[in-house]
Design a protein around this ligand. Sequence first.
Ligand code: FES
Length: 136
Amino acid sequence: MPAPTRRFMIFRGLAGGAAAVIASATAWVRPAEASEESEEAAGPILAKTKSIPVGGGRIINGKWVVTQPVKGTFRAFSAKCTHQGCPVSTIRGGTINCACHGSRFRIADGSVAKGPARRPLARKKIKVSKGVIRLS
Ligand code: FES
């Protein structure tokens, strides 16, 4: 086998350098992509756990209700009243309240505490991790 030429050695050096740059760029991009995918799979953020009072809750963007009936237990519901669809407006005294006709729903499970609504608020699945509550 003949000895490699100088031109061949320079070409081999450049090719090796290019491969190293591509490999390092790929390694740098992968963790960011993986992070975005896992956050996307977990669903949008509703609230931070510390923003939800124990024995109460918060109405989020007029669409969701997040409650903490007992310390460390979180629930989420649709904010749409099951009577005639008004958005619930307050959370007080252990109930989620609709001002339109006075229905009240329990913060623990969304069940009806006072009509005229007959059906519970629609419960939403959530994931709680690292102090953040997300829809799942
Ligand atoms: S729409 Fe809520 S009580 Fe009627």
